[in-house]
Write a protein that binds this ligand. Sequence first.
Ligand code: IDP
Ligand code: MG
Length: 171
Amino acid sequence: MSEETPTHERTFVMVKPDGVQRGLIGEIVNRFEDRGLTLVGGKFSRLDTETARDHYGEHEEKPFFDELVSFITAGPVFAMVWEGADATRQVRSMVGETDPAESAPGTIRGDYGLDLGRNVIHASDHEDEGANEREIKLFFDESELYTYERIDDPWLYEWIVTTLTWFNSLR
Ligand code: IDP
Ligand code: MG
């Protein structure tokens, strides 16, 4: 077993209006499900300007801020919370670079985008301190998040030993 078990955590992810309009919700959900993460919350939301300015507060001084706010409020978004080991870092690596043009094929932005201003997906980042908690709260009530175990969890995580113990007991 690896020396350090990564933190089991929740991370906030959102299909942006371009991703929703282009029919990419299913593809995106599929990737995280296939990876083994657990979907603990998901819903449509239409951001108003105030919430959008709040969500992207860290970028308020940037020249692209107004464009970003009008883009993110242009249509419904699909907000999600995913849970799993090292979830924030793993999701970010599946998302790719901020600019789709710089994102490797195989990443979501590298497979589905070409333009920095239309980059399909948002995902919380550890570099933005406290972003997960803040963004989850902005979109979800606690009662909208569900804790459960995936049936394949014992085959996804080495530290869950139940299945292996059971198989060995049959020999
Ligand atoms: P991230 O989404 O990869 O975390 P951030 O730097 O946090 O990237 O920027 C937030 C969002 O702002 C980006 O996803 C993108 O939509 C937009 N953005 C960032 N930099 C630029 C830019 O230089 N021009 C236009 N939009 C930008
Ligand atoms: Mg960011």
